[in-house]
Ligand binder design. Sequence first.
Ligand SMILES: [Zn+2]
Length: 238
Amino acid sequence: MLCIFETRGFNPPEALIFQDGLVVEKCPACGRAIEVDSFKESRAWIGSQGAKWPDVCCSLGKLVLHERVIDILTGEGLTGFKAHPATIEQIKSKKLAAQPTPQYYIIEIQGGVDIDLEELDDDGGSICPICFYRNPRDDSPYRWSPKRLVPKLETWDGSDFVRLRNLRNARKFCSKRFIDLACQHRWTNFIFGESLPGVGLWEKPPKGGLSYLDPEWFEKLTERVKAKHPDLFQTASS
Ligand SMILES: [Zn+2]
């Protein structure tokens, strides 16, 4: 059973913009410049639109969560993340400035899972063994985006938040448990699984899309994934 979903915040005009230290190193194997995340100095500017503080923001590839979400994650014992408080330096929206300012946290993902490299493209992934960047052939049909991302669940450390260990990219993944909490507490502004056309989850879905606020989101999503990738469900135990 696939239980890991990509997660990010919808980036509306009122999104928070965060900046923090970024260290760039050179990979000794392939020479590529690699960015190393730093969470030491996280600062925020609030854009000029919007009247409600969202539960999630996505900024510069980072997952940024409202304090009420962190409180629930901590209380429920979800694992695989570290929350770094962000300093809000400026709020341009008068409507937001008139309200109490919540604490936001930038999420450092600490859990991990491996991806099946054979599923990335027809070349076995072409992954650098040191920095795990993918470098597909110029004429590969999957040069710009992989065929599909299939986690090897036997390598999953069980964390509720994970990154891919053997492929370097900005995507973050979460457990079903996290989306159940988003449904239960009616969290705003999330998008799950956006990179899978037709099988994403939104707060307010586009036409034909699914909402994570629907208590039957998991059953409906499973049906869609099954229709699109039936081979992933043909296991010995099914
Ligand atoms: Zn490398």
